[in-house]
Design a protein around this ligand. Structure first.
Ligand SMILES: Nc1nc2c(ncn2[C@@H]2O[C@H](COP(=O)(O)OP(=O)(O)O)[C@@H](O)[C@H]2O)c(=O)[nH]1
Ligand SMILES: [Mg+2]
Length: 463
């Protein structure tokens, strides 16, 4: 297909000239990916005139000329629904963009004036930024590629706390006396899989993050297909690998292992291959405050899910050749989202907590010599800061509108800087109200530190 070839060649040349970046916006479900992408596009579209992006050098120096959405690379993928998202935020009353149920892409062309123009490079230049959005549930499947069925079964059943185990109690009871060697009963298998899926849904509802297989939560067009009818088998440790391999094709074990392998090959691998390779930059978005609100077991669970997840990306410094042929993420940001849920003097503490949550992946990144910036941000700020005087003392507070439309004034309190001990939750916990977006004013969306994130992620390419 010569047209494809031309396009690929053009891409290769653009990559070689380093005028094209592919940004991975990574985050679990509800972390704030869609809000972040919407705000990113909105901030850059306004960048020429009204933007408030002082922490982005190119904008501060008034060199940013603006951004436009252009035709994306892969015409088979829907376009990121930026206009719908803005409509929701512009509504009366304003509302959050609807949750993502599929994959979408967006290509932005950013125009800027060079910091140091000269006769052979010209005064203005363009940077192409490729972005894409997807349901966080599906992302959780990437770590599943590293395992065979027996290994995966082990990772899924070990280390669960009491609350999580309770949510899967029905399923555990139902599979308790299953024999891996027994003849498979298809109807029973479908039933047990559905029960496992129920457990996953209940766990998500209860605020847990480490949930595989992700398509069980958001099956799309796969609902009811046999590829979604399997589950992990606990207790395989009593079996040797040889003994398992010798089981007949019609056994329960062999059937589950086959479905698992099919799921890996036909669902997860294409998702990974088509969308998760070839990234140059990454931002990992984490709803730290939401997890803090949900209690100790959920917090642990999030930390575990993120550590597993970050092993699925290629990190490392780029050389000219690797830039062309094996792109790797050479710079990343980790961000605590929804920072507008706490008062500004707490933001430093929020970042410290974020770093504590990601200790393990951060060690690996340091080893790979990849620069990482940790920050807190609000893609779409939904609160205003107030000072309230009580008994002669001034304390910071937040004003916003809750999801029912009632005006609220909150004192969110102090964010712990380390992974909190069980005491923290029994003593004070964390008070988290979900806010409705602020009524819209003309100009770009209100934000906290979107400019700092942009400066870190693309600023060096805007010189
Ligand atoms: N207050 C506040 N809430 C946010 C912000 N970003 C996201 N949210 C909330 O988090 C929810 C999930 O965000 P979304 O972008 O859909 O998450 P995704 O699943 O990662 O795409 C939204 O519906 C909002 O309620 C933010 O900057 N500030
Ligand atoms: Mg989304």
């Amino acid at each position: 297909m010569p047209q494809d070839l031309t396009r690929d060649l053009q891409d290769l040349i653009e990559r070689g000239r380093d005028r094209q970046l592919r940004l991975a916006v990574t985050g679990l479900s509800r972390a704030g990916k869609t809000a972040f992408l919407t705000s990113l596009v909105d901030q850059l579209r306004h960048a020429g005139l009204e933007a408030r992006l002082d922490l982005l050098a190119a904008a501060r120096e008034q060199r940013l000329l603006g951004a436009q959405r252009v035709s994306q690379q892969d015409l088979g993928v829907p376009r990121f629904p930026y206009d719908q998202a803005m409509q929701a935020l512009d509504g009366d009353p304003p509302s959050w963009p609807t949750p993502t149920r599929g994959i979408s892409e967006l290509r932005l062309k950013i125009r800027y004036r060079r910091a140091h123009a000269n006769w052979w490079r010209g005064h203005t230049a363009e940077l192409t930024l490729d972005l894409f959005d997807y349901p966080g549930e599906w992302l959780l499947d990437l770590p599943l590629l590293d395992h065979d069925f027996a290994g995966w079964s082990r990772t899924q059943c070990e280390g669960d706390g009491p609350a999580r185990r309770a949510l899967f109690a029905d399923w555990h009871a139902a599979i308790a006396d299953l024999d891996p060697a027994s003849e498979v009963d298809e109807t029973r298998l479908a039933e047990l899989s559905e029960r496992y899926a129920e457990g996953l849904r209940a766990a998500r509802e209860a605020g847990f993050s480490d949930l595989q297989p992700g398509r069980f939560l958001l099956p799309g067009e796969l609902a009811g297909a046999p590829v979604l009818q399997f589950f992990p088998l606990p207790g395989l440790d009593d079996w040797t690998t040889e003994a398992l391999a010798a089981l007949p094709d019609t056994s329960l074990y062999a059937t589950l292992a086959r479905r698992f392998a099919y799921y890996q090959q036909h669902i997860v691998r294409p998702f990974y291959r088509n969308h998760f390779r070839r990234f140059d930059r990454q931002i990992v978005l984490i709803d730290v405050l939401g997890a803090l609100n949900a209690g100790p077991e959920r917090f642990e669970d999030l930390s575990r899910a993120l550590s597993r997840l970050m092993q699925s990306f290629d990190y490392g410094q780029r050389s000219l050749l690797s830039r062309l042929f094996t792109p790797r993420i050479d710079r990343l940001a980790i961000a605590a989202t929804k920072a507008d849920h706490v008062t500004p003097e707490q933001h430093v503490r929020l970042v410290a907590l974020l770093e504590a949550l990601l200790v393990e992946p951060l060690k690996d990144l340091r080893f790979a010599n990849v620069p990482v910036k940790a920050l807190s941000l609000a893609s779409v700020r939904a609160t205003e800061v107030r000072e309230v005087t009580r008994q002669g003392r001034t304390i910071p507070a937040l004003r916003g509108t809750d999801l029912d439309g009632d005006a609220v004034l909150t004192f969110p309190g102090e964010v712990p800087t380390r992974l909190p001990d069980a005491d923290f939750w029994s003593r004070q916990g964390f008070d988290f109200t979900a806010f409705r977006p602020l009524p819209r004013e003309p100009g770009p969306l209100p934000h906290i530190r979107m400019d700092a994130a942009l400066d870190w992620l693309i600023g060096d390419k805007l010189t």
